[in-house]
Design a protein around this ligand. Structure first.
Ligand SMILES: Nc1ncnc2c1ncn2[C@@H]1O[C@H](COP(=O)(O)OP(=O)(O)OP(=O)(O)O)[C@@H](O)[C@H]1O
Ligand SMILES: [Mg+2]
Length: 340
């Protein structure tokens, strides 16, 4: 049994303009100990999909279908009380901005300790204190015993994110969900925080969902990648396959859009056009208006591509998934060897 199995999830938001279809027919699974990266442009439903798992959606949200099975149990059907026992204990979440997770007027050690006490009422003050210091040390906070008495504003951004990671780890969850945990940090600190997450995963053996719009970040940490487009799966495959044999034109475009890809002289590639309006998603493939590889295939405009299984761990929701390599070669030949 998978640790997490998401089946045909649909989430809408009620707005004055009508329902926004933020997550549409999303399915994926995650094995125990596995690290999954979720990538996609802004608005593709990455955050909404994990907030649904945590049951932390905004008040105007409605889950209109699907299941999210954690260890076989559908979290969408748990009571709020049952859910509180899971959050921060079996599954914990790390947000982009550590300040949203930290209380500015409470000492850091105390805050991390509260996460323990909340789930283990019988823990003694001493044992909590010991665990807090140990966990802060394990995520690389120097002089943790002393520094745990400080307040968030006395810590740098990178250190605060370590505190948040410690808070997420301290109850040894089965799954950590990190939503852009390094985006607010500068490059050096970003690398350090990724390292902390990698070590934590190796030591605790927990699963990880890492959301990022940066494929480079995901490549550092994830075994598999889920590429989301307009609220649903475009492609799912092992991380290295994304860079070697992606079978969805959107994934390929994301790889080419990466800064640092290709020769230095090349202009930075961006993906032309915009994602569809989630108030009114058109029929056909949601990526079709921006796709450079459909070459007029009628199905791209009339039929929503179902996720196609290309191998044991490779799925692509593209009508052309099996032919993409050949098309790519033809395009290359057409343009006299210039990349398309
Ligand atoms: N409370 C809300 N009410 C209405 N629409 C919402 C609400 N929250 C999210 N949405 C919409 O749901 C869609 C998906 O949003 P989501 O935050 O999951 O995107 P994302 O992939 O995490 O993007 P980003 O990379 O910018 O974080 C967007 O179109 C967003 O505008
Ligand atoms: Mg987001």
């Amino acid at each position: 049994m998978s640790l997490l199995e998401v089946r045909d999830l649909n989430v809408e938001f009620d707005t004055l303009d009508g329902p926004v279809h933020a997550v549409r027919h999303l399915s994926y699974s995650l094995e125990a100990g596995q690290a999954l990266g979720i990538v996609g442009e802004s608005g593709s439903g990455k955050t909404v999909s994990v907030l649904t798992l945590m049951r932390l959606l905004a008040g105007n949200a409605r889950v209109t279908g699907g299941e999210m099975l954690l260890g076989g149990q559908d979290v969408l059907r748990l009571s709020e009380q049952q859910m509180r026992a899971i959050r921060g204990s079996r599954v914990s979440m790390i947000f982009q901005d550590p300040m949203t997770a930290l209380n500015p007027v409470e000492r850091i050690g105390r805050q991390v300790g509260l996460t323990v006490e909340y789930h283990d009422r019988s823990a003694t003050r001493q044992s909590v204190r010991r665990r807090v210091v140990e966990t802060l040390e394990s995520v690389g906070v120097p002089d943790a015993a002393r520094r745990s008495n400080q307040y968030p504003h006395q810590w740098s951004g990178g250190m605060r994110q370590r505190a948040v990671i410690a808070m997420a780890l301290i109850n040894q969850p089965e799954l950590i969900v990190a939503d852009e945990p390094t985006t607010a940090l500068d490059a050096t600190v970003q690398a350090q925080v990724l390292d902390v997450l990698r070590t934590a995963r190796a030591e605790h053996g927990c699963s990880l969902i890492m959301i990022s719009h940066d494929l480079g970040v995901v490549r550092e940490i994830a075994d598999d990648v889920l590429v989301m487009y307009a609220g649903t799966t475009a492609e799912r495959c092992p991380t290295e396959t994304v860079f070697r044999d992606a079978r969805h034109p959107y994934t390929r475009a994301l790889v080419r859009a990466r800064p640092g890809w290709g020769p230095r002289t090349e202009r930075l590639f961006t993906i032309a056009g915009r994602p569809p309006d989630l108030l009114d998603v058109p029929v056909g493939c949601p990526f079709e208006p921006r796709c450079t590889e459909s070459h007029g295939l009628p199905a791209c405009r009339t039929e929503t591509p179902a996720p196609m299984q290309l191998g044991p761990d490779h799925v692509s929701a593209c009508h052309r998934a099996r032919e993409l390599d050949r098309i790519h070669e033809l395009v290359l030949a057409d343009s006299n060897g210039e990349p398309s």
